[in-house]
Write a protein that binds this ligand. Structure first.
Ligand SMILES: Cc1ncc(COP(=O)(O)O)c(C=O)c1O
Length: 424
């Protein structure tokens, strides 16, 4: 059934998918069409079940179909699906988010991380009166024109880092620096003095595979931005409410000027947000002159799901220790299995296996890892019932539903692959 569904999908959806990285292009083969998901497991339309390390690319930190979130959604759905007018849940979610995240006083909900980033950049440009932006090669910030320059994630996987259809004039305003290389940022800021509105960064990179910020990197960015009157934007679409209750800003004790969020704040439904101090956010319409809007922004069902998930996380902070420990044991086990053949990077509950004998602390090192070895690993694991990200440039997401059984089963399957001689 899976294959016939894919053939039908190919006729009506580009590549048979609604988001490129789902297409298995980087690893070969046909994507799995999922019929249902529960806990840490996905089941495909042929009835095959997999231990899921993708977690819908981040939102499902508590596992699939979590009772608390499902009940909140059911309760909200019984009261109508969308109002196009304010509702209580969006206020409560915003209050909870501002209570958890350092320096976040006011925010605007969106329907995706892409929109959140795009709008945060608009705010930065307005507040500074400048046009240029600095991003890091291999970081992904959604698919708005300005951010499809040297982008990571699916764009990197498909080798179309500079997307077709993006006018040169839009791309020309985006300068790209090297992640973990403060000198490259300083050079750009010096050469474009008084012109750079914002430096946007994934505080822990997760779209070139997981690459941790080097010691002092984020603090250095903070200082450089302050010196140059440039706003620092943390794209916490992945890291927000995952690396700690207050995200990467809390974990690394660096407070940016602006934030973008997504994924976890929707509990599995479409939601994003951008926010900052009250002073900065006062420029957003209808308070100020920066226009930003959305028919389904703050949708009552998405807000109910996000609120239930964030409340649960805020009240069960032991989840953070649990998922980090799970990922730590998994990463340590994988590093032992692939000693000398792979670098296993981990930040909190995020990890990536790069097939390379070198350590990976930069985008260029990530790119130098073997695509063929990763594809072989991916398929061997899939055949054994483990759903890994179908690209070496994506993170594995550990969640609260993964347990000791999954941990040892994953490591045993990886061990079998390592012994099979399939690695070059
Ligand atoms: C760091 C980061 N920013 C922004 C986005 C875009 O979010 P969305 O896919 O919800 O538009 C993503 C998506 O994966 C992301 O990882």
């Amino acid at each position: 059934m899976n294959e016939s569904l894919f053939r039908r999908a190919e006729l009506v959806l580009p590549g048979g998918v609604n988001s490129p990285v789902r297409a298995f292009k980087a690893v070969g083969g046909i994507p799995k069409f999922i019929s249902h998901a529960e806990g840490c497991r996905l089941t495909d339309v042929d009835g095959v079940s997999y231990v899921d390390y993708v977690g819908s690319w981040g939102p499902m930190i508590l596992g699939h179909n979590h009772r608390v979130i499902r009940e909140a959604v059911e309760l909200a759905a019984a009261k109508g699906l969308s109002y196009g007018a304010p509702c209580r849940a969006e206020v409560e979610l915003a209050e909870l988010m501002t209570s958890l995240v350092p320096g976040l006083e006011m925010l605007r909900m969106t329907s995706s991380g892409t929109e959140a980033v795009m709008s945060a950049l608009r705010v930065a440009r307005y507040v500074t009166g400048r046009c240029k932006l600095i991003k890091f090669e291999g970081c992904y910030h959604g698919h708005s024109d300005a951010m499809l320059v040297k982008a990571g994630s699916g764009a990197l996987t498909l080798g179309t880092a500079d997307s077709g259809g993006v006018p040169e004039s839009a791309a020309a305003l985006t300068l790209s620096a090297n992640y973990n290389d403060l000198g490259s940022v300083e050079k750009l800021l010096d050469a474009n003095r008084g012109e750079v509105a914002a430096v946007i960064v994934e505080p822990a990179a997760a779209n070139m595979g997981v690459v941790a910020p080097a010691a002092g990197f984020l603090k250095g960015l903070r200082e450089l931005c302050s010196i140059h009157g440039t706003l620092l934007i943390f794209d916490e679409v992945i890291t927000g409410f995952r690396l700690s209750p207050g995200g990467a800003a809390e974990k690394y004790a660096v407070t940016p000027d602006l934030y973008a969020f997504g994924k976890i704040i929707g509990g599995g439904l479409p939601a994003g947000a951008f926010g900052a101090s009250r002073e900065i956010m006062s420029c957003v319409a209808p308070l100020g002159e920066v226009y930003q809007a959305g028919t389904l922004s703050g949708n009552p069902i998405a807000m109910a799901a996000g609120l239930a998930q964030l409340r649960y996380l805020a009240e069960h902070r032991e989840v953070y220790g649990y998922i980090d420990a799970y990922a730590e044991k998994l990463a340590r086990g994988l590093a032992e299995i692939f000693r000398g053949k792979a670098a296993v990077n981990r930040v909190g509950s995020l990890l990536t296996v790069f097939f390379t004998s070198r350590s990976v602390d930069s985008y260029s090192a990530a790119k130098a890892s073997s695509a063929e070895d990763y594809a072989a690993f991916f398929h061997a694991m899939l055949d054994c019932g483990f759903y890994l990200p179908p690209s070496r440039f994506e993170a594995w997401f550990a969640g609260a539903a993964h347990g000791e059984f999954e941990l040892s089963a994953t490591l045993e399957a990886a061990q079998r692959f390592a012994r099979s001689g399939a690695l070059r």
